[in-house]
Ligand binder design. Structure first.
Ligand code: CRA
Length: 839
């Protein structure tokens, strides 16, 4: 790995010199860029001044990396994703650059507080949850592993909404991440591309007598790229996050303006800019909105045109495009790239169908992220044809050729043709985007072993039978830079002092911690770290009578999107049951517990919103009940996002990963908790299965049905009421809710939730209830033996090597993208004394 000379900065001799330069940098930026005197500067001015100074330190590497990207022998990964949930940049960049200590000293010597400045950053929340955060972790690992890559996405003006809790209910507020100014992006107006929509197609004969097709769009918008540098950990490689923003091709229609139609003149501009206005806040729920399809097509067309431009900058034609670019489709959101690239190759660059198809299918690979049927994207043929008439023609042609292949392969089997067709013709006709992605890609992957197995056996079984080598697994991972070094500095310091800091870029090295479970001094320090992390959060919630939350309690945490399949209500039923038992028997021998929840519900998902209300209602009653004071506490932390995650993963004792088996494709929070020394209570779902395998069954609290048991029960006919009637504890918990104990006597408020559990229970909460409660009992017992608990926690962290996103990216490079690292040399070290001369 090539070290940057930023690491030189760590040497003490250069330290004071660098700090002086940094301080001068802050003052300079404040004066010349912000245009304020220090005494008039706001915290935002300081944040911007510090960020611009840090950004300048990245420029040398950034420009050298761009040059390296243009070198002929390097293959570039184009990661197409509708979401990148990057989280705050400043702190991460400081860590990856190795500048944290110096900048914080320079900031301090300038009379400021680094923590305040870091916390001031409005995080770019351009994603819903796991999928978007995964893309961000992958960008960090790509840069750190020195793989040339461009993340392509959408620069939403409004990202994920901010969540407030009002009277227990979720309230959504518009996110204003761009409002304070974004010091990390560069607008590249000269690289704008044009994007069409609507209109019609026509056939024509070109000058050489060839019959061709052209698309005549009804509307055009401009796509403007904004580049954010993504720096690797202590390497010179800086990759690119290129997000597209939509603008009208001209800001005024002067004809309209001249005849006095001011409204009409600006209308086009407003319509164009609507495309990238807002992120759809639905996680795994397909809605079929026209504007969403436009968003997808917009960023995909911008990105494909951009890659084609980069390629043609170095090569005479697109014949060798797949040698230069590996393009990953992050779920089906960018799957329209398949017909779009076909269109560019055939209509614009005049390739034959066969040549174009060969290039396309060697370029794309597709990651599936969900098995939930309601998440699978299918666009109505009518709508797609109206917005993208040429693409619909191409999709039909792809389908017709594909189905011919199927008919030859399975003669006489009309059912398989119906099942595998890109067009769903069972009612209104739809384009199935997953089929389009599978057919247009050379590799398909699931995101955890179990998930991939289920794809092979169910969701994509026909495709797997047809192309047995196409479907592979790449288990998700998360970056230890953000999720340990940045967010848990105490633990990172302890680990590095014990085993050195090699683990930061080779997480398997954490294994060296294992023998330390027998070192009482190390165990004590480990406990101290966890305790101090817990104290941090307790300090945030105090009242006149002192801290509200007891740091000695077991911190039991479930943070993730609110969804019935994730079963926050199963957690709640256990809490209500525990509350009930404590009330009836104050001598109950259980450790004190603090239950912490966090997560957003999709604004239109009524049941999820009711679950939030129930969590807060139970919290109100329990927290104010003197009978359980200091023994049982519940906290719903509003607006769970990356920043709040930084705080929560490090202080958890217990990680709740309790989805119904077969529903959570992977999960990534599960990995973040374990790395930070929490134990998991979980089902055999998603990556939990592999986490348990790695940490060994005795260090994992397993409960509930596995996928086979779920399947068997469903087949046998599942009746939640039988379970309710037979389980006294469960009945008591459900009845307390239903009778209005947590709703001031109101028996209607939670009825939809109770009825759903009693009469449908689609996620089998009741079926897993007893097993969960018994497992929680065991958790409590082990927690009362701190020595044992600590050993288990250390073993968990020590065995997390597999779940670094570095391992995931290495897998993609080897199995899917066939790319190799390209270390960046700093050829251009400094600016020439007399400036540049334009070539
Ligand atoms: N909602 C899955 O549900 C998975 C992430 C990333 C999800 C998670 O289990 O960890 O993707 N699926 O692979 C998804 O977004 C469209 O599907 C998620 O984040």
């Amino acid at each position: 790995m090539t070290r940057t000379n930023t690491t030189d900065c760590n040497s003490h001799t250069n330290d004071s010199n660098n700090i002086k330069k940094l301080k001068r940098g802050f003052a300079y930026k404040l004066f010349y860029q912000q245009g304020v005197w220090p005494q008039n500067a706001s915290l935002n001015d300081y944040y911007l001044a510090v960020s611009y100074t840090v950004r300048d330190r990245m420029q040398k590497m950034f420009l050298n990396s761009i040059r390296a990207l243009q070198e002929k022998d390097s293959k570039i990964v184009g990661y197409l994703s509708a979401e990148f949930l990057m989280g705050p940049h400043l702190h991460n960049n400081l860590i990856n650059l190795g500048l944290y200590d110096q900048v914080s000293r320079a900031v301090e010597e300038s009379g400021l507080d680094i923590k305040q400045i870091i916390d001031h950053e409005e995080e770019p929340g351009l994603g819903n949850g796991g999928l978007g955060r995964l893309a961000a972790c992958y960008l960090d690992s790509l840069a750190t592993l020195q793989i040339p890559a461009i993340g392509y996405g959408i620069r939403y003006e409004f990202g994920m909404f901010d969540q407030e809790i009002e009277n227990g209910w979720q309230k959504e507020l518009g996110d204003r991440w761009l409002h304070p100014g974004n010091p990390w992006e560069f607008k590249k107006a000269h690289m704008a591309v044009e994007i069409g929509s609507g209109g019609y197609t026509e056939r024509y004969t070109d000058d050489h007598g060839n019959l061709r097709v052209r698309w005549v769009p009804a509307r055009m918008v401009k796509g403007i790229p904004y580049d954010t540098p993504v720096i690797g950990y202590r390497v010179n490689n800086v990759n690119l996050l290129r997000l597209w923003s939509a603008e009208a091709p001209k800001s005024f229609d002067f004809d309209d303006f001249n005849v006095g139609d001011y409204q009409g003149a600006v209308h086009e501009k407003i319509m164009a800019e609507t495309i990238t206005k807002v992120l759809y806040p639905n996680d795994e729920q397909f809605r079929g909105k026209e504007l969403r399809l436009l968003q997808q097509y917009f960023f995909v067309s911008c990105s494909m045109q951009d890659m084609v431009r980069i390629h043609l900058f170095q090569f005479p034609n697109l014949d060798n495009f797949p040698d230069k670019f590996a393009v990953q489709l992050n779920d089906t959101h960018p799957a329209i790239a398949v017909p779009e690239f076909m269109r560019l190759l055939i209509d614009v660059h005049h390739y034959s169908w066969e040549q174009a198809w060969d290039i396309v299918t060697h370029t794309f690979a597709y990651t599936n992220h969900t098995l939930l049927p309601e998440a699978l994207e299918k666009w109505s043929v009518d709508m797609l044809g109206r917005l993208l008439p040429r693409h619909l023609e191409i999709i039909y042609e792809i389908n017709s050729r594909f189905l011919d292949l199927i008919r030859i392969k399975y003669p006489g089997d009309v059912d398989v043709v119906r099942r595998m067709s890109i067009i769903d013709e069972s009612g209104e006709r739809y384009v199935r985007m997953a089929h389009l992605a599978c057919i247009g890609s050379h590799a398909i992957n699931g995101v955890a072993e179990l998930h991939t197995r289920l794809l092979k056996n169910h969701t994509l079984a026909d495709f797997h039978r047809l192309w047995p080598d196409k479907l592979t697994n790449v288990t998700n991972g998360v970056t230890p830079r953000r999720w340990m070094v940045l967010s848990n500095p105490r633990l990172a310091r302890l680990i590095s002092s014990a085993i050195g800091d090699g683990w930061i870029t080779d997480l398997y090295k954490l294994r060296k911690l294992e023998p330390l479970v027998d070192d009482p001094a190390f165990c004590e320090k480990w406990q101290q770290v966890k305790f101090e992390n817990k104290q941090d959060i307790c300090a945030m919630f105090s009242c006149d009578c002192g801290p509200v939350f007891n740091p000695y309690a077991l911190f039991d945490v479930q943070v993730k999107r609110i969804h019935e399949y994730k079963r926050q209500h199963l957690n709640l039923l256990h809490i209500v049951n525990l509350y009930h038992r404590l009330k009836n028997n104050p001598d109950l021998d259980v450790p004190p517990r603090t239950f912490i929840f966090g997560g957003k519900a999709a604004p239109g998902y009524t049941m999820a919103k009711l679950i939030i209300k129930l969590i807060n209602s139970v919290a109100d009653v329990v927290n104010s009940d003197p009978d359980v004071k200091n023994r049982l506490q519940i906290l719903f932390i509003p607006n769970f996002n990356v920043q709040i995650g930084h705080m929560l993963y490090p202080m958890a004792d217990l990680s709740e990963q309790i989805s119904l088996a077969g529903k959570e494709a992977s999960g990534t929070g599960n990995m973040k908790f374990s790395m930070n020394g929490a134990l998991t209570i979980g089902t055999l779902d998603g990556a939990n299965v592999e986490i348990r395998e790695e940490v060994a069954p005795e260090n994992f609290f397993l409960f509930g049905m596995d996928v086979n048991a779920v399947e068997d029960l469903r087949r046998a006919g599942y009746n939640p009421q039988t379970i309710y009637n037979q389980n006294e504890g469960l009945k008591a918990a459900i009845n307390l809710i239903a009778m209005g104990h947590f709703s001031h006597g109101d028996q209607e408020l939670f009825r939809p939730l109770i009825d759903s559990l009693l009469y449908h229970d689609p996620y089998m909460v009741l079926a897993d209830y007893q097993s969960y409660v018994e497992c929680q009992q065991k958790v409590g017992e082990v927690f009362q033996d701190p020595g044992r608990w600590t050993k288990m926690a250390i073993r968990n962290a020590a065995r997390m090597g597999k779940f670094s996103s570095d391992r995931s990216i290495a897998d993609y490079c080897r199995k899917v993208w066939k790319v190799k690292p390209l270390p960046v040399e700093l050829k251009l070290q400094r600016l020439p004394e007399n400036g540049f001369k334009f070539p």
